[in-house]
Design a protein around this ligand. Structure first.
Ligand code: FNR
Length: 348
């Protein structure tokens, strides 16, 4: 079973945390990776399919079901060869029965199930999920207890939860005292309140108190919010104990190699590696382009490679632009070749 103690991990990120980002983060030092939040209702409509071409396990929305607008048929994809023992699946839920039903579908192919109790976005909170669960602690605890009993124990997979801080310290500590009694193995704390933006400094004033409650209950703790580097992860361990973990989102969205102990790769090299992984696992071109738009600097909209990527219709064109037409400093080097990147095998 996954041990979360002292781990340096990739945060759950809708859209951003698809397979290529996770593989890149793992290659450059992430100990564990969270998948993007997936809503229980979507997962229960999915069926598990082994993809022999890619060697991946795919969860695909079954035919005949009404699709949720803005989603594709592929709900989730994992490459077990590289993600084994490292992949935490994050569930969006506000219902213990649905949570269990959904988690059972993926439990055998992931290494832990995490409940999102921190997302403040409208699409989450309007249906009682994400940060809304912080206001319904009975429901949140019911969900966790149900998952522990019906998924955690039979599948031997850890159940965990990710929360934000409440406005008052004492209320947060009270919530944590309840959560650690549900049977969860790990608590991730985004050290900002629901009202705070990601750019704001995190509040770490009472992390030590949260950590103490977790430690007494035998639950590990991961600190999230504003962590910028490997060095900061180490510094936080010096402050709060060697067994504390750290989770990065925003900095990993820009550069998933941020976990590297000797510093992240320069962006052009990182982007090349990202595109290789995207091609290897046949990532959707829409998602690849979305992620690259954050990873590649585009001052005044003048970056030619960015333009080629954004105009691309298929992954082959992205591969050609990034691997054949961009040098290792990120400069455009013209039409060296019209063939896809020499060393890249594209599976369709
Ligand atoms: C997020 N976050 C998030 N949180 C979560 O629990 N489930 C999710 O699916 C997402 N999706 C998501 C997408 C993107 C693009 C970002 C930037 C963030 C929140 C994230 O996991 C993390 O808690 C915060 O971003 C704080 O960490 P950083 O950014 O300060 O390192």
């Amino acid at each position: 079973m996954v041990d979360f103690r002292a781990k340096f991990v990739l945060a759950p990120m809708v859209r951003v945390g698809e397979l290529p980002t996770r593989l890149l983060a793992l290659k450059y030092g992430a100990d564990l990776v969270w998948g993007p939040e997936i809503i229980d209702k979507r997962l229960v409509r999915a069926e598990r399919v082994f993809n022999p071409k890619l060697n991946t396990v795919d969860f695909i929305q079954k035919d005949g079901n009404k699709k949720i607008p803005g989603t594709t048929d592929l709900v989730f994809r994992t490459y077990r060869k590289l993600e084994q023992d490292k992949l935490i699946f994050q569930l969006g839920t506000a219902n213990p029965d649905l949570a269990v039903q959904a988690a059972k579908i993926v439990a055998a192919d992931v290494d832990g199930i995490d409940v999102n109790a921190g997302c403040p976005k409208h699409f989450s909170v309007h249906s009682g999920m994400g940060a809304a669960l912080l206001k319904t602690p009975d429901l949140l605890c019911d969900i966790l207890v149900a998952l522990v009993e019906h998924v955690g124990v039979p599948f031997k997979k850890p159940i965990s939860v990710k929360i934000r801080l409440l406005a008052e310290e004492e209320n947060t500590l009270q919530l944590v005292r309840r959560l650690v009694k549900t049977g969860i193995k790990n608590l991730t704390v985004h050290c900002r309140t629901r009202e705070m933006r990601n750019g704001q400094d995190p509040i770490r004033d009472y992390v030590d108190k949260i950590k103490e409650i977790c430690t007494e209950a035998g639950v590990s703790m991961i600190i999230n919010g504003g962590v910028k580097s490997y060095q900061e992860y180490r510094d936080l361990q010096k402050m709060f104990g060697d067994d504390v973990g750290c989770m990065i989102a925003s900095k990993a969205e820009v550069n998933p190699t941020i976990f590297n102990a000797s510093g992240p790769l320069p962006w052009p090299l990182m982007v090349k590696e990202y595109v290789r992984f995207a091609a290897q696992v046949n990532n959707s071109n829409t998602n690849t382009k979305y992620c690259l738009a954050t990873m590649m600097p585009n001052p005044r909209g003048k970056n030619v490679i960015c333009r080629l990527v954004s105009q691309s219709k298929k992954i082959e064109e992205v591969v050609d632009a990034v691997l054949n037409k961009m040098d290792d400093e990120g400069a455009f080097i013209g039409d060296k070749s019209s063939a896809p990147g020499d060393d890249v095998k594209i599976e369709n």
